[in-house]
Design a binder for this molecule. Structure first.
Ligand SMILES: Nc1ncnc2c1ncn2[C@@H]1O[C@H](COP(=O)(O)OP(=O)(O)OP(=O)(O)O)[C@@H](O)[C@H]1O
Length: 701
């Protein structure tokens, strides 16, 4: 058929205008997008006979594309009926207004993708492709994204014809096509309708090219103004052009209603009363899952990954990068902190190095012997904690340094410190208040940083405890007599000196492993939605289940790689503790990733804009991150928040992970299996939510 310019002339009398079953019949159609948006169809009716070319004309924005979408079952009418003489999607060829093709595909891959979708054999696709490429004057090689706009539209047109459908719906097919090719296309359409009894519905803004249609439907204000052959229309209105006819009919409608088309659309009618007759779209129930369509979508996903290697590398490198940064910088005890020292009993801290035990430091009155004054001994113990001790001769200067953050803390010893400490030990209950005061180390801290401040408090106190124990020993007692009478036994979990990063790793890992799949999934689905690819594939018969399962296959492959990289970084390169079963941790991470993926699906169903979708995703994960114990333990939260946090996604998984990794609990522990159950329940909730939203918004498929 294509490439043959010897087109037969075709008159309006050849179609089956009075055939018993028209190819497309729309009756009493009502449609608006939201309760606040204008009514686009107000009891609209049209009849398209089998074997006709039907030109649907109307001003821009009057709802032509919306109507076509309702005919092909991509959108639901609010009320009214669409009847089709076909019942298989394979019999429908649809060319949307936008190009809606994968830019990463080559021309050949595009044909094979749609061929596979329609279950065509490879040889058949090849033969049709050759024919169509010649007809549309297209190159046989090259990426879609590298073709000109006009060439892309022609590929889009050719794809609609690939499977030789009985009903063709073409939304502005001749935009961007040169006049010569345009005339060839119209010849071919006429021939398809005449010889092959194909039915074609076409919208166009070039009203005069619609002369070649057998029937013209003039749409305005949500209704059909006329539905007649073009010559009849022109004759009955005494006009030479279709454009004049359209203007005249619009004028008449305006005068009859005394309203502009916009006013008409927004007229105050009781919409709910009018829209109580809903009929299922005829092409709605295609087979829910078909191997050929699934494999077409999987093929598309694999090609996308191959053509977007930098993004793929980034997705794999990102976990390594983030966990390397986390394990290198997060949760370690702060070191090298500057501490100011004012010791009035020393001329200078250098005096601590002078060993003159025979004169000053031999406290024979107390039977105690030291290498230097007691402030020296305490400072020696503090130095073991990697402090940078800075000596100040005056308290005022030291306080100024503290105020200017030159030091994080300030320790002040009185001139009588050593003797006062020893007198206090010696006199016990009889110690004078002035002695207690002289034997006290005055500590001033900069607590603006909670972690540094509490770390300093802990070290200063623990070091004092050890120091005073040594003093007691030197005075002939036992160390414990001087120390705070509390004995810490070895910690049952977490070691005696746990790093903060050990505690926070579960929350961080769970938040991150939820976030990445959510981002990738919502991004991939939004990309398809916004480019019109999703609609086009679904009109061709692909189901949401096939799209989701094909995506899940790819996503699970990526998740395997990412999980491996995360665990290798956290436990192979860095030495984070694992008391329990490593495989259980990996399984929990994987389940959590699946939950993130399902959340990504749900978000992509809720939002129509990728920006809103990624804001919502990032926002929720940031919120969840706060509740996972990464930044602060849940036990410190407000009681209401504390009771809610248990039911949030990611949180139970993080708690479960914590117990496996740091306490060595197994799957039989309630805290562990609750983490699994909660994550699985959330996955199910997100998946069901995604399906429900999809059905509510787009109709059952
Ligand atoms: N998904 C949507 N949600 C809300 N409004 C929409 C949606 N799609 C289209 N519209 C609005 O519905 C109206 C009709 O759009 P439609 O694309 O059906 O018109 P059209 O007649 O095909 O226009 P054109 O000839 O310019 O392509 C427009 O005002 C459009 O903004």
């Amino acid at each position: 058929m294509f490439g043959n310019n010897n087109v037969m002339s075709y008159s309006q009398g050849n179609m089956e205008l009075n055939c018993p079953q028209p190819m497309v019949a729309v009756s009493g159609a009502f449609k608006r997008y939201t309760s606040k948006s204008p009514i686009l169809l107000r009891g609209f009716s049209m009849t398209v006979p089998t074997g006709a070319i039907y030109g649907l004309l109307g001003p821009s924005g009057c709802g032509k594309t919306t109507l076509l979408n309702c005919i092909v079952g991509n959108r639901r009418l609010d009320s009214g009926r669409v009847s089709l003489a076909i019942n298989k999607r394979k019999d429908l060829g649809y060319m949307p207004q936008e190009v809606a093709l994968n830019e990463e595909f080559t021309i050949e891959e595009t044909f094979f993708f749609y061929g596979r979708l329609f279950d065509m054999s490879r040889a058949h696709v090849k033969a049709r492709m050759k024919e169509l490429l010649t007809f549309f004057d297209l190159p046989s090689e090259g990426f879609i994204g590298e073709l000109s706009g006009g060439q892309q539209r022609r590929v889009s047109f050719a794809v609609a014809l690939l499977h030789n459908p009985r009903l063709l719906i073409l939304d502005e097919p001749t935009v961007g096509v040169d006049p010569v090719l345009c005339s060839r296309i119209w010849d071919a359409l006429v021939k398809m309708a005449f010889e092959e009894k194909k039915t074609i519905i076409i919208t166009t803004h070039y009203i005069e090219e619609a002369r070649q249609c057998q029937l013209i439907g003039l749409m305005r204000g949500g209704v059909l103004l006329a539905e007649e052959p073009p010559l009849t229309l022109m004759a009955s209105h005494n006009c030479n052009t279709l454009e004049q006819v359209f203007l005249e009919l619009s004028q008449k409608q305006h005068e009859a209603t005394n309203k502009s088309s916009e006013d008409l659309i927004e007229s105050d009618i009781d919409y709910k009363k009018l829209t109580n007759q809903y009929f299922q779209p005829p092409l709605i129930s295609s087979q829910i899952w078909k191997k050929s369509r699934f494999s077409a979508q999987l093929f598309k996903n694999v090609v996308w990954m191959k053509r977007n290697l930098p993004i793929m590398m980034f997705l794999l490198f990102l976990p390594f990068l983030l966990f390397t940064i986390y394990c290198s910088v997060f949760g370690k005890t702060p070191t090298g902190l500057s501490l100011g020292i004012v010791s009035e009993e020393l001329g200078s801290m250098k005096d601590c190095q002078v060993n003159s035990s025979d004169q000053f430091f031999n406290y024979t009155d107390f039977n105690c012997y030291f290498d230097g004054p007691l402030s020296c001994l305490y400072l020696e113990r503090l130095k073991e904690h990697d402090f940078n001790l800075i000596e100040f001769s005056k308290l005022e200067t030291a306080q100024t340094a503290l105020a200017r953050n030159k030091v994080w803390g300030l320790l002040h010893f009185t001139s009588n410190y050593t003797v006062a400490v020893l007198e206090r030990i010696d006199f016990g209950f009889d110690t004078a208040a002035s002695v207690v005061r002289d034997g006290t180390v005055d500590v001033r801290l900069d607590m603006s940083d909670h972690v540094i401040g509490t770390s300093l408090q802990r070290i200063i106190l623990n070091t004092y405890n050890d120091f005073i124990g040594e003093v007691y020993e030197a005075c002939g007692s036992i160390a414990e007599a001087g120390k705070i009478p509390i004995k810490y036994h070895d910690a049952i979990y977490g070691g005696n000196e746990p790093l903060f990063s050990y505690t926070t790793l579960p929350g961080y890992l769970m938040s991150f492993s939820f976030y990445l799949p959510m981002l990738f999934t919502s991004g991939a689905i939004m990309l398809e939605k916004l480019s019109g690819l999703m609609e086009r594939k679904m009109i061709a018969g692909m189901t949401m289940l096939e799209i989701v399962t094909a995506h899940a296959v790819v996503q699970i492959f990526i998740l395997f790689c990412q999980t491996g990289i995360i665990f290798y970084t956290a436990y192979g390169i860095f030495d984070n503790p694992v008391e329990g079963d490593l495989y259980l941790l990996i399984l929990l991470t994987f389940v959590n990733e699946i939950s993130g993926m399902c959340y990504g699906f749900m978000l992509s169903e809720i939002y129509d804009s990728d920006t809103n979708c990624s804001y919502a995703g990032t926002g929720t994960v940031l919120g969840l991150f706060m509740t996972t114990g990464t930044l602060w333990p849940m036990e410190g939260a407000h009681p209401i928040m504390r009771s809610v946090m248990w039911f949030l996604p990611v949180n139970a998984a993080a708690i479960s992970y914590h117990s496996i990794a740091l306490r060595g609990y197994g799957i039989t522990s309630p805290i562990v299996y609750n983490g699994f159950l909660s994550t699985l329940a959330w996955s199910a909730f997100f998946a069901i939510g995604a399906i429900a939203i999809n059905k509510i918004r787009n109709g059952v498929r």
